[in-house]
Design a protein around this ligand. Structure first.
Ligand code: SAH
Ligand code: DHB
Ligand code: MG
Length: 222
């Protein structure tokens, strides 16, 4: 099956995400620097862009920058807005900043280095001090902390905003309650939290493609 998933992803990429100098250079620079090639696929990047624009996003928060590939797709959705992207690894952040500058979006993206669990409370402080809420959040850092990330993101997002979570299906392992893998537990935890939380209307959808078999969760803030 994987081969046809790749073929279809190539076809969809040709239609919806044709070769793009800045995006292609970002992937190449990440690979050259030895970063893992785990960025969203091109059609998934286009999905993030469409979703962010569909809620009229002006302020976007991302957890997990890597080389800034998804960040470029998101930044392009907010030509007059801004993106805050949290990244644990300073080397990743450095590669990302170069990629974002080359893409012409460096001035609207603030890559902050640190563990998301340490940086999120500062964003909450900014919010208390009058900073505007976020309209769109993309959770794509480590998976074990997903429930905590979702709870923090919810406090930072305006009603009508979207919180999109990557990698929640994990080759189908998510359906196995007995799976003890911390990433699977994190995915199950965040799905159960958003399913039961009165503050959001949510769903999750399975995906296949050149990143294998996985899925997104999407929560609309009530
Ligand atoms: N969103 C990127 C891919 C992110 S990969 C894209 O699609 O292009 C996951 C990233 O999360 C990695 O760069 C990793 O270093 C970072 N990360 C891992 N643990 C983290 C943490 N606790 N806080 C912030 N970032 C973290
Ligand atoms: C992997 C994929 C991702 O999209 C991610 O955010 C982290 C890891 C992976 O395939 O290992
Ligand atoms: Mg991911």
């Amino acid at each position: 099956m994987e081969e046809i998933w790749d073929d279809v992803d190539a076809y969809l990429t040709g239609l919806f995400a044709p070769p793009d100098e800045a995006l292609d250079a970002a992937v190449a620079a990440g690979a050259a620097a030895g970063l893992p090639p785990i960025q969203v696929s091109a059609p998934q990047g286009a999905l993030l862009n469409v979703l962010a624009r569909s809620v009229g996003a002006r302020r976007i928060l991302e957890l997990g920058t890597l080389a800034g590939y998804s960040t470029i797709w998101l930044a392009r959705a907010v030509p007059d807005g801004d993106v805050v992207s949290l990244e644990y690894d300073p080397r990743h952040a450095e590669v990302a900043r170069e990629n974002l500058a080359r893409a012409g979006v460096g001035d609207r993206v603030d890559v902050r280095v640190g563990a998301a669990l340490d940086l999120l409370p500062r964003l909450a402080d900014d919010r208390s001090a009058g900073a505007e809420p976020f309209d769109f959040v993309f959770l794509d850092a480590d998976k074990a902390n997903l429930p905590a990330y979702f709870a923090a993101a919810l406090d930072l997002t305006r009603p009508g905003g979207l919180i999109v979570t990557d990698n929640v299906v994990r080759d189908g392992q998510v359906a196995d309650a007995a799976n003890t893998d911390a990433n699977v537990q994190g995915a199950r935890g965040v799905l159960e939290l958003m399913a039961s939380h009165p503050g959001v209307t949510a769903t999750a959808i399975q995906t296949v493609g050149n990143k294998g078999y996985d899925g997104f969760a999407i929560a609309l803030v009530n």
